[in-house]
Design a protein around this ligand. Sequence first.
Ligand code: TRP
Ligand code: ZN
Length: 489
Amino acid sequence: MTYTTVRSSWRLSNLLALALLAGAQAQTVIPAVIPTLPPPSASVAAEPIGDSIFPALGQAGLDVLNYDLDLTVDRPGTSELRGTVVLTVTSTQPLPVLSLDFLGPQVLEVRWNGLPAPYRHDQVAGKLTIEPPEPLLPGTRAEVTVRFAGQVGVRPDPDLPINVGWQAVPALGGRVGANFTLSEPDGTRTFLPVNDHPSDPATFTTRITVPAGYTAAASGVQRSEVATPNGGRTFTFEQAQPIPTYTLAIHVNRFERVDSAGVPVGEGGADVIRRDYFPVGVPADTRDAYVSTGEILKVLADWFGPYPFSAYGSAIVTPRIPALETATLSTMPVTSSNVRVLVHETAHQWFGDRVTLADWSGVWLNEGFATYAELLWAQAQGETGDDMVRGWYARAGRSQTRPLVATTESQLFDTTAYIRGALALHAVRGTVDDTAFKAYLRGWVSGFSSQPVTTADLLTYTRTRLGAKAEAALRLWAESPELPPLPER
Ligand code: TRP
Ligand code: ZN
């Protein structure tokens, strides 16, 4: 069902990807002796989560607690990937089958608590269906192991001329081949079997083995770096706070890692580990913006409360793509290496990565807050911010507007999500003083960090925290078919 939806929204620029997909499928070889499931009968068909924009994603009732990844990139810059994933899972309802999102490499083996389990991998639907010996019951846990190898899957972005998910950057000029993840909204399933929805964030342990001369980076804190017999290295990272699947960062490149002094803005004043990764050979001035990272963390933590993870920094990539708020390690193109974009992606660490979406229709809750952070940063630099607000309003006025809750895939990252979303928060701020507004932002983060959010949640929270006038302002900006008038401040 998703496939049809996706196909109908494909644009001309994605025809190339379509050709690649067809090629990849033609090459698929089915090994003979693996246990496979017959097509699931209606009685055991798994129900998806029921996202209003992506109705086929995820499995209702499935709760993945941790992903333990052991990945090997033998030829960086290609789409080849092999590895083993161990998912620690539980459920909120009895599940007779497990249904993971997976477009990716060919499945070689599936185990359920260590024993071989029957499975069926439908690479077109992007579902890996696994049959446990007993239904997975609430209150119980299981370890599900999936081993895979081959070419990653292809998922065209609905709006941009790119494929989301595992990126392959071929060697070019003096530069070696590289790989990285760029997965919003549902690209992680191109290379990992996952419950690919932000309403089921999980912790990750990521182990990556790369050839000689390469460095791997990933979301979380690096725990070890071990040499392999053939001159390569295995890097291990631990992401101990749950994050949505699309925010998982993995990078393989010839990197220089730059460590900076910790920033004391973590929980209870703990130091946030600071590291940035620059590909060897990027222009020297690419680094300029990242000198401000510590100061950005301080300004944002003052407004939003403690930084919610253990480490923060950026991994710089060379293709001309949009920046992405990958958890603890923003993915920053050379061409977007400026402070304003960095502020935006850093703010997403609170809004999107820690406070996660219950449904993709609420994506303005990510983009509106991250855009609003650009104003908070400008004001912390001594600007009034009036120009920025007027600029936003003019821009919103020039584009088609709509209520904040998105109803189609192509609305997810439009001007309304970013700009009208930011203006909605500005309208709330206009009803109270800044002390109250700060407490409101901090309370949203601390109260909803482990509870995926909707626009209705924010409206209720706004009334409870700031009163009826603030709620009415937000409701007007959230629901009016027209662009409301710019609030005076
Ligand atoms: N969330 C990103 C931002 O605002 C934008 C984005 C949406 C994106 N989809 C993407 C970036 C896909 C890269 C790939 O910062
Ligand atoms: Zn954003």
